[in-house]
Design a protein around this ligand. Sequence first.
Ligand code: PGA
Length: 258
Amino acid sequence: MRLPLVAGNWKMNKRIAEGRALARAVAEGVARLGGARGRAEVVLGPPYLALPAVAEAAAGSGLGVAGQDCSPEKDGAFTGEVSAAMLKDAGATHVILGHSERRELLGEADALVARKASAALAGGLLPILCLGEALPLRQAGKTLDHVGRQIRESILAAFPSPPEGLIVAYEPIWAIGTGVTATPAQAQEVHAFIRSRLGEIYGVDWAAKTRILYGGSVKPDNAAELFAQPDIDGGLIGGASLKSEDFLAIVGAALTAR
Ligand code: PGA
């Protein structure tokens, strides 16, 4: 009942022309795979400056386009910020929020992530809201406590009632960009926990239809195994989203995983 979703997070990579070329290559590749409509959702996450060109290149292909962040504010004196409405105007359909690189490198706290998520949904973008623990927390056996707190403070704090269209991404920080992937069983355990907590908060029907993506060193050779887990509904892909062949292989895995 949940359509798998594969989203690329290009991070701070790709100039405008490179982004356009990658978007075209992915759109053509997805068409070669028989098209994604009704079978999976595929989303590209370029940096802001390449986003309009990527949206244009993806137009008509059914691919979604995600911003990598957005302001919690609507308009006004917020130097350097980009609002949800601006992203939507430029062609975005989704926005990645609360990524661990922003949380860890830029000090984004759950309360800010919650305000951004609320602004995104109000502005017509589907948030892909990232959660995940650093290695010391996992080693201390505190993964579920930590993720549970993030659910309360960055999701429940933003949405007292069920947020239609919210997408969650579980990304263990120790697996991001390191080549170390969570095992399918490790990831499944946390995904099942997230779905059950969301079910307690928003109801089991809402939780049963909500996508929970896995992120952290997803590659063509491990995607199928991860996506076959019952509570893993696709992936948020960093490094492997920068090459069309790798990203398309991962999309292919999502199309056939379940
Ligand atoms: P990675 O990044 O696939 O390069 O590990 C994932 C992410 O940060 O979203």
